[in-house]
Design a protein around this ligand. Structure first.
Ligand code: HGY
Ligand code: MN
Ligand code: MN
Length: 423
């Protein structure tokens, strides 16, 4: 068996071929994107394809009770794991999540083909429902994997379409037997597209990700009184549609007031009965607030709650809120971030340390083992959009950094002697 050579590269054509093939599942007509909402038939089809590739590589494949799929190479001791997700949002691109999983398979095939010796086995994980777009919270599968949510609670979650997680997992045949919480890896590394503009603007190829910002998702239901749009004087209205619109405007103003990196989004608004000539009876909408600083995130939650109360009350409406997701900022393991940065430099790529604006499964694995992430640039900073694009040279760079980072971690690049030492 041989050592990994400093210049050893993955096979980019093989990686691109897998990315392209997986993207045909749930393909969005006329675009490069795909739609595979968690636990839908398209998600099942994507899972089946990647499991076939895992089996072709001779990996030991397990599926746990929340549908996480883990493929492990033969070997002794806790594996060095990589991975991500293959579920997408409804306007998804072909790289978000998929790159981290398929680059993991490519790393393993490169190591097998070159007959390379590693002190530890490698593993690739596909975590269920990372997006949280159909079933909140996001990162659901990895959250359950690390014991952050009981399986029973997760299986009971009802989605935006009324489907229930447990029933959907059973329907698609991914309610697996593997134990939860899952086996703790020696270390975890996630390769992901940046999904933002920073790397492209700075002309940097690799992001060594040091942290993930905090996330706060709330669903708000405002109840008023449906009435005739033509006959109801403005002063007599109880219009939840107005309250929802006022809240969408407020969170934008709030984000501008707090300044970067604070972001705020009203991504989903549903009016009932949603008709041109009816003052709505009910408005249901979501508020997504994020910040790298927990105290500021809490301040934004507090200021929004006060605005909602004041505005709904003044409009004669009642309201209820439901927390969909709430994760504090996460700091990745400095030793693993160092290895990512050093791997990139040794491979001749320029590299930039940065936070992640998006949530990722790595922020959950960081609860149980040394973890970090690798970013590659997103063209025009675009993501959660079918036009999402990352150039092949950047995909190759990211996968090469993943290869060398995982090899370093497998050959004890970490000072820790214990498997999966807590942070
Ligand atoms: O919402 C997120 O940050 C991720 O795409 N789930
Ligand atoms: Mn993602
Ligand atoms: Mn995403």
């Amino acid at each position: 068996m041989t050592e990994l050579q400093p210049g050893q590269s993955i096979n980019i054509d093989r990686l691109l071929a897998r990315i392209d093939e997986l993207a045909t599942i749930g393909a969005i007509d006329g675009t490069e994107g795909c739609a595979r909402l968690a636990l839908t038939d398209e998600d099942k089809e994507g899972r089946d394809l990647v499991v076939t590739w895992m089996n072709d590589l001779g990996l030991e494949v397990t599926v746990d009770g929340i549908g996480n799929i883990i493929g492990v190479m033969e070997g002794n001791g806790a594996p060095v794991m990589c991975g991500s997700h293959i579920d997408t949002v409804r306007t998804g691109g072909r790289y978000d999540g998929n790159l981290g999983v398929l680059a993991g398979l490519e790393v393993i095939e490169t190591i097998q083909t070159a007959g390379l010796a590693l002190d530890r086995p490698l593993a690739v994980g596909i975590f269920t429902d990372e997006e949280g777009a159909r079933f909140a919270p996001d990162m659901l599968g990895s959250l359950v994997y690390v014991g952050g949510m009981a399986l029973e609670e997760a299986l009971d979650i009802t989605g935006i379409d009324g489907a229930v997680v447990g029933a959907e997992l059973e329907r698609i045949g991914y309610d697996g037997p593997a134990p939860l919480p899952g086996p703790v890896p020696h270390a975890f590394v996630e390769l992901h597209i940046e999904q933002g503009p920073v790397l492209e603007i700075e002309g940097i190829t690799i992001g060594a990700v040091e942290s993930v910002q905090g996330i706060s998702w709330t669903e708000v239901e405002v109840v008023g009184q449906s009435n005739h749009a033509g006959t109801t004087p403005m002063g007599l209205r109880k219009d939840p549609g107005f309250v929802a619109a006022a809240c969408a405007n407020f969170v934008r103003e709030l984000a501008l007031d707090l300044g970067d990196p604070h972001v705020a989004t009203v991504g989903r608004i549903e009016l009932h009965p949603n008709l041109v000539n009816v003052v709505a009876a009910r408005a249901t909408f979501t508020v997504d607030l994020r910040n790298t600083d927990e105290a500021t995130l809490q301040e934004s939650e507090r200021r929004f709650a006060e605005f909602l109360d004041r505005t709904a009350t003044a409009e004669g409406c009642t309201f209820a809120t439901r927390e969909l997701a709430r994760f504090e900022p996460v700091i990745f393991d400095p030793a693993v971030v160092d290895i990512v940065e050093r791997s990139a430099i040794n491979l001749g790529y320029n590299v930039h340390r940065m936070p992640s604006g998006a949530g990722h499964d790595a922020q959950m694995l960081a609860r149980v083992c040394p973890t970090a992430m690798i970013f590659t640039p997103s063209e025009n900073g675009l993501s959660h959009n079918p036009a999402e694009y990352t150039a092949p040279a950047d995909l190759e760079a990211g996968a090469n950094v993943l290869l060398h980072t995982m090899a370093a971690l497998a050959n004890d690049g970490l000072s820790t002697q214990q498997d999966g030492a807590s942070q």
